[in-house]
Design a protein around this ligand. Structure first.
Ligand SMILES: Cc1ncc(COP(=O)(O)O)c(C=O)c1O
Length: 400
């Protein structure tokens, strides 16, 4: 439609949302569908957090707030960064936005000029490239491999940097692969960045609290303090606190960058919901024990899914360190014929045939920039996961 902008034409609709819609349609038509597409915890928001929101309403905290967020929340965020990441921020270095998503959007809107390059390791969270495009930048993809655990190597990072590189997006644990970088792996990357002072780091630490076994989470400005001056450390309450619908994300960074992002936000939303901000204060300052309890449940599910998928013909599933996703390869099925007669040439063919034959909805890897793979979200019940993996095994066994 000629009325729409040229910029919008460069943007793809979200593949993860498309899969969820297709699964919903099939369900509505009476099919027995197990949806493993959605990236949100199946747990509820803890009661103390809900109660804090109700109290905020009753106290009359129902008016516009400061654009970067209420001071109580920005102080709670400074406390979280100090306590969990050893990072010193002051409230004027913090912005609260409508989900982690809007933090990223604000950052790109505030910094990108036409031609600026943003390095995005692949596989990547679907929204990164499109947000860069919407803000006039150029996404530059840096592929990883299953053999490297889907982690960016120092050599690949070094080779991708040009004079036009503005940001590196770093996401650990990763959506979609679940890969998380050890301190040594991260240091290898920060060493490269130290040689290129024009490159800034946007670290998306959304899945920080979902690391398994004895894995220790670290973030770039923590492992290389000299990068603090050019790092935006992004995080949020959506995943760890099961608060996806409250729409609260935040970031810490240099004052001038935060001011610029606040200027963008001031003309966009005037800041996020006052009530949700008070709930987030309670999330960050209140009891944290439930996080470990839920993490243990996710870890069991991860182990179950990885083990069952590796028993399916043609599937190879590495064990990820974190998040609630696995990113198996379906290369072993390419060229084979699915039970519905489709010859599968791409991972999209695979996920479509799987949905049709067995009613299991997963997302194709090409949507995340690296295939042939697919993403399973294991943020759902153990029963549903077991049933889904049995169906995947049956599907793979029936391919010829
Ligand atoms: C890697 C990553 N970053 C950011 C977000 C956005 O989080 P929010 O729901 O707080 O906007 C998501 C949500 O799926 C994510 O997976």
């Amino acid at each position: 439609m000629a009325f729409l902008s040229d910029t919008l034409a460069r943007v793809k609709p979200s593949a993860t949302i498309a899969v969820s819609s297709k699964a919903r349609e099939l369900k509505a038509a009476g099919r027995d569908v197990i949806g493993l597409g959605a990236g949100e915890p199946d747990f509820d928001t803890p009661d103390n957090i809900k109660a804090a929101a109700v109290e905020a309403i009753n106290r009359g905290e129902t008016k516009y707030t400061a654009v970067p967020g209420i001071i109580e929340l920005r102080e709670a965020i400074c406390g979280k960064f100090k306590r969990e990441n050893g990072l010193d921020y002051t409230p004027d270095q913090i912005i609260v936005a409508t989900g982690g998503k809007q933090v990223l959007y604000n950052a790109f809107a505030a910094t990108l000029n036409p031609g600026d390059e943003v390095l995005i390791p692949a596989p990547y969270w679907v929204s990164y490239p499109d947000m860069v495009l919407l803000n006039g930048g150029e996404p530059v993809f840096v592929e990883t491999t299953l053999e490297d655990g889907f982690k960016l190597t120092a050599a690949a990072l070094e080779a991708a940097i040009t004079p036009k590189t503005k940001w590196l997006i770093f996401n650990s644990p990763s959506n979609p692969s679940g890969a998380a970088y050890t301190r040594d792996e991260l240091t290898a990357l920060t060493d490269v960045l130290m040689r290129h002072p024009h490159v800034w780091v946007l670290t998306d630490d959304m899945y920080e609290h979902l690391c398994y076994g004895d894995f220790t989470f670290t973030t770039p400005a923590q492992v290389e303090p000299a990068l603090y001056e050019r790092t935006l450390t992004m995080n949020g309450v959506s995943k760890a606190y099961a608060m996806t619908g409250w729409r609260i994300g935040y970031a810490g960074g240099p004052v001038e960058l935060i001011k610029a992002m606040t200027k963008v936000q001031g003309q966009q939303t005037s800041g996020t919901c006052s009530i949700a901000q008070w709930a987030a204060v309670e999330a960050l300052n209140g009891p944290q024990d439930f996080i470990a309890e839920r993490r243990a449940v996710f870890e069991e599910r991860r182990d179950l899914v990885v083990s069952m998928l590796n028993q399916a013909n043609g599937i190879q599933c590495p064990m990820p360190e974190g998040a609630f996703y696995v990113y198996p390869s379906c290369a072993g099925l390419m060229g084979k014929t699915a039970p519905n007669g489709t010859k599968m040439e791409t991972d999209e063919d695979f996920v479509t045939a799987l949905l049709e034959a067995e009613g299991v909805a997963v997302v194709h890897g090409s949507a995340f920039g690296l295939g042939p793979n697919f993403r399973i979200s294991y943020a759902t019940s153990t029963e549903a996961l077991t049933e889904a993996c049995e169906r995947i095994q049956r599907f793979c066994a029936a391919c010829t």
